[in-house]
Ligand binder design. Structure first.
Ligand code: SF4
Ligand code: SF4
Length: 131
């Protein structure tokens, strides 16, 4: 009885657990996996994220000077978090905590996939030549 009284008093003076949606946005649940955020300055271009991504939502295009460009398709992403887990650089890939749908437009992904494959082939061939 005493415990019940304590709980009742606690609930009486605590903030409500609910929010006044849609006037107040719901906070994302803990461990929420939103769109992937990439920090180029931390990236070592190991391409592990590309290798582990199940639907192929991450692609790297290879430049003539040996650098690579990261591309991400939030509409292909299944938000599994494999790329975040595989990335050896902490903080380089993270999940956004914004619950809104991705607002970005992606380039023609079919063409980008072709470009990624062809540029990788060309890069490997030039590497072979050098060795
Ligand atoms: S969260 Fe999963 S599907 Fe999305 S980019 Fe990372 S590995 Fe690919
Ligand atoms: S796994 Fe991380 S460090 Fe490696 S290429 Fe991807 S984002 Fe960059």
């Amino acid at each position: 009885m005493r415990q019940m009284l304590v709980e009742s008093l606690k609930n009486l003076f605590s903030k409500p657990a609910t929010v006044e949606y849609p006037f107040e946005p719901s906070p994302p649940p803990s461990g929420y996996r939103g769109v992937i955020v990439y920090r180029k300055e931390l990236c070592i271009l190991c391409t592990k994220c590309e290798m582990v991504c199940p639907p192929g939502a991450i692609k790297f295009t290879y430049n003539g000077d040996g650098t690579k460009d990261f591309h991400y398709n939030p509409y292909l992403c299944i938000y599994c978090g494999e790329c975040v887990r595989a990335c050896p650089k902490p903080g380089c890939l993270t999940h956004s905590q914004i619950t809104a749908p991705p607002a970005t437009t992606v380039p023609d992904w079919d063409s980008l996939e072709k470009e990624a494959e062809e540029s990788k082939k060309a890069w490997l061939a030039s590497k072979k030549k050098k060795n």
